[in-house]
Design a binder for this molecule. Structure first.
Ligand code: SF4
Length: 195
């Protein structure tokens, strides 16, 4: 049966052939390159499709995992999904580091506090963090709350606190955070994904 090639397929083949010839001419060992490809650490791994957690663009990801001998699942790599019409395999710098979100040894997992003027960070509990944030918000709001503007209009707003939502917020978290902050009278609200 005769095989027909489209013009695009022909051009791809031509480019590949020229590349192979070019590498061969420069002494590039294709056999070694093929062997390296076979040893990729994601070879044979399970592919799971997911979505980047960081912003509302919603880029598609592929996570590569493998079962370890002790029955655990090891996360090997996370890449952009080339079949996605949203990102076509690409990821921004933040999405490209999604693997580290899960496995980085340097990820900070406990709250750290640095006292004013200090150069040292110290671990504190989540209860301490929440108490501290609540106390500072109350003090700042009391100090900077504006009841009327220069023309005497009632505005009831807090100008002394700004809030930036995380790009990993879900829609519900963003809605909730906005409601809470507006309830406190904040007008300076921003979202990390836009910064
Ligand atoms: S953070 Fe970057 S990779 Fe992730 S969804 Fe947004 S644009 Fe895409």
């Amino acid at each position: 049966m005769a095989t027909t090639l489209t013009r695009q397929e022909f051009l791809k083949l031509g480019a590949f052939g020229a590349g192979v010839l070019g590498f061969s001419g420069l002494g590039f060992d294709m056999a070694a390159a093929t062997a390296v490809k076979r040893e990729l650490r994601i070879a044979g791994a399970t592919e799971s499709h997911s979505v980047c957690p960081y912003c509302a663009v919603g880029c598609s990801l592929i996570a590569y995992t493998r079962r370890t001998p002790d029955g655990q699942t090891s996360l090997l790599q996370i890449e952009g999904d080339p079949d996605s019409p949203i990102n076509e395999g690409r990821l921004c710098p933040k999405g490209a580091t999604a693997l580290d979100l899960a496995v980085s040894q340097r990820r900070v997992e406990k709250p750290l506090y640095r006292a004013p003027g200090s150069t040292q960070w110290q671990e504190i509990s989540w209860d301490d963090v929440l108490d501290r944030v609540a106390r500072h918000m109350k003090e700042s709001r009391d100090r900077t709350f504006v009841r009327t503007d220069a023309k005497g209009n009632v505005v009831n707003r807090c100008e002394g606190i700004a809030f930036a939502g995380g790009a990993a917020f879900s829609s519900e978290e963003g809605y909730f955070a906005t409601k809470v902050m507006r309830g406190l009278g904040l007008t300076h609200l921003e979202q990390q994904a836009r910064v």
